[in-house]
Design a protein around this ligand. Structure first.
Ligand code: SAM
Length: 311
């Protein structure tokens, strides 16, 4: 269905004949019928919206959004006028049922959030799960997400990352989550609110060690900034204003240490260092293999060889 939608959309833009345009509009609406579109919208800069997102928003029967006033501003900027229905964390289950009924009756629905990609630390997944369960077509329209924008500009390893979203608001639950995340051998990505950013940076240092960190603030906006350094270095530099993404380097990765030094120890020593730091032998081997650009089987072969030489 996608290529058809695309070619119709292109015709829509190119057409100068009013009659032709309205025939094509109705054809396009038929093609969109019964589809739930998950539409990403800007995270600050209104120009960060795809052509496809604008076409879909202009053609669906209804747009489900968190805050109707907020979404109305975005739509007004692009001269799109559509019925809006509020869908937020407090009315999610009741509204999901209403939207599913409309989808099953053949209407098309676009789901947007206040910013970024719906269902990423935003309402959406319940509706999407139920739509999929009822064989309703779900179609994401990709675009901005603060986590990916922050990662893209962070300059920390991106081969494997864990999106941890917002940490729990209760201190005890937060500490417990951090001690679980500490075991992961990936870059970590957090969303955080301004009133808690400093507390959380301090707790990250206490629980996870003085890792390399990038705080991405006010992405795509006038005061966009990336604050980079060890957790201990940047704590005092972050002004608690605006919106933040925190990116932390993987645990044992020491970016300040030259690569040849990091690799001068034997595989056995490196694995022992990691197991002493709390990893299982299997996790440690995987970690060391990755850090040295070896396959797991190759790292295992070298480990066994080193152990045999010691006996
Ligand atoms: N669904 C959104 C997305 O895809 O990015 C995230 C929504 S979540 C409720 C809002 C959080 O995302 C903010 O508290 C902040 O941590 C992060 N965020 C959103 N916009 C941002 C921006 N322009 N700069 C930095 N962080 C941002």
């Amino acid at each position: 269905m996608e290529p058809l939608v695309w070619s119709l959309s292109i015709h829509l833009i190119q057409s100068t004949n009013g009659t032709q345009l309205s025939t094509q509009n109705s054809e396009l609406r038929t093609l969109l019928a019964g589809t739930l579109f998950i539409v990403a919208t800007p995270i600050g800069n209104l120009e960060d919206i795809t052509l496809r997102a604008l076409k879909v928003l202009g053609q669906v029967d209804v747009i489900a959004c968190e805050d109707t006033r907020h979404t109305r501003k975005l739509l007004a900027h692009y001269q799109i006028s559509k019925p809006l229905i509020s869908y937020h964390e407090h009315n999610e289950s009741e509204r999901a049922e209403q939207l599913l009924k409309r989808l099953l009756a053949g209407e098309s629905v676009a789901l947007v959030s206040d910013a970024g990609t719906p269902s990423i630390s935003d309402p959406g997944y319940r509706l999407i799960r139920e739509a999929a369960r009822r064989q309703i077509k779900v179609s994401p329209i990709p675009g901005p997400s603060a986590a990916i924008a922050a990662l893209a500009g962070a300059g920390l390893p991106t081969d494997s990352f864990t999106f941890a979203g917002f940490l729990p608001s209760r201190r005890g639950a937060r500490r417990a989550r951090l001690s679980m995340l500490k075991r992961l051998d990936t870059t970590l990505v957090f969303y955080e609110a301004p009133h808690r950013i400093r507390t959380v940076l301090a707790e990250l240092k206490e629980e996870l060690g003085d890792r390399d960190c990038v705080v991405a603030r006010e992405l795509t906006k006038i005061h966009e900034e990336f604050i980079r350094g060890r957790l201990s270095e940047i704590q005092g530099l972050v002004q608690p204003r605006g919106e933040f993404v925190i990116i932390l380097s993987p645990g044992a990765l020491d970016l300040a240490e030259p690569r040849h030094e990091a690799q001068s120890s034997s595989i056995l020593e490196a694995v022992e260092t990691q197991t002493k730091a709390g990893m299982t032998r299997k996790e440690a081997l995987k970690h060391v293999a990755r850090a040295r650009g070896l396959s797991k089987s190759e790292a295992y072969r070298l480990l066994i060889k080193e152990e045999a030489e010691l006996e």
